[in-house]
Design a protein. Sequence first.
Length: 336
Amino acid sequence: MDMIAALERRRPITVTVTGAAGQIGYSVLFRIAGGQIFGDDQPVSVRLLDVPSKIRNLEGVVMELEDCGYPLLRDTFMTVDPVAAFDGANTALLVGAHPRLVGMERGDLIAANSRIFASHGRALNESAADDIRIIVVGNPANTNALVVGHHAPDIPKSRITSLARLDHNRAAFQLARRAGVLSNSVRRMTIWGNHSATQFPDVFHASAGAVSGAELAEDTKWLTQHFIPTVSSRGTSVLEVRGHSSQASAARATVEQLRDWYFGTAEGDWTSAGVWSHGEYGVPEGLVFSYPVTSDGDNWTVVEDLELNEFSRDHIAVTIQELIDERDQVSAMGLI
Ligand code: NAD
Ligand code: LMR
């Protein structure tokens, strides 16, 4: 069978993107349809969800998707109905939410955004495919993923993740720059906890080329005054300087987290993703927490038994507490 015939016969992966008329949606959709996630031989069906006031914008996005002439794009479907949007979805990228504005922390978005994720959780539960894989991007991403899980009781918690890859990439780049190597020489970087200013980017188990992260961390001025604040407040810095929250870097991170989920992480390495805690490293069960994780192409597994020094434990305790507070807030809203 020639390649074209093989492509025509192959079953497409159905991907739903919420907030598809927004900034990140616009960046990520073209990567999905262009084959950057699932590869050059995997057709995709793309389902786009946004709110009624954005329907004309969605039409424009669909026109442009068609105009790219992607051979992998089997079909597109746009809607304002979440149940229809997630119908048969194998992958859902939950981007649709209000972004924060200058002066806000991501946690300030709980009141505005968590109800959206309750409704999208219910819709996913009703209509997504059995093998659904979910990445929550809309902020506050970890707690929104928690809300999704509570409203989608039939979806295994292992299928629900939040985006930590942007923080991971930010940390890898800063470490590589310090070590004078390329960012793809960085291994075993970890982001612990919340996608917020309390996250703990951990270099103690990482390496950058021949240099160990622990060695670089001996320069405590670099660690505490440059590395950690740069990574953990990068979203705020981008927002303040650009006037909008991160777009291209967030889309790239989403693509990479999903690709690693489908194709697996490299042998001897790990990445970071927000996953449902089962109590690993003393994190309360049921929080969505960024851990060091590996993927076998189907499931994420938390890397266990890493030794944590007192500095790391103290930082991790702070981000755990913030996630507990966020959980209590959505609980007080009656959402979990
Ligand atoms: P944007 O405002 O450009 O787009 C958001 C889109 O979501 C809009 O088109 C809006 O109409 C839509 N939307 C709002 N409510 C919806 C609903 N109920 N159903 C469907 N769609 C809905 O924002 P953006 O820059 O694309 O950012 C989207 C979200 O991603 C924000 O919450 C932002 O803070 C977050 N974000 C997260 C990360 C991360 O690393 N987790 C990184 C960057 C941005
Ligand atoms: C980011 O980290 O860039 C995003 O979460 C956007 C934000 O509000 O910081």
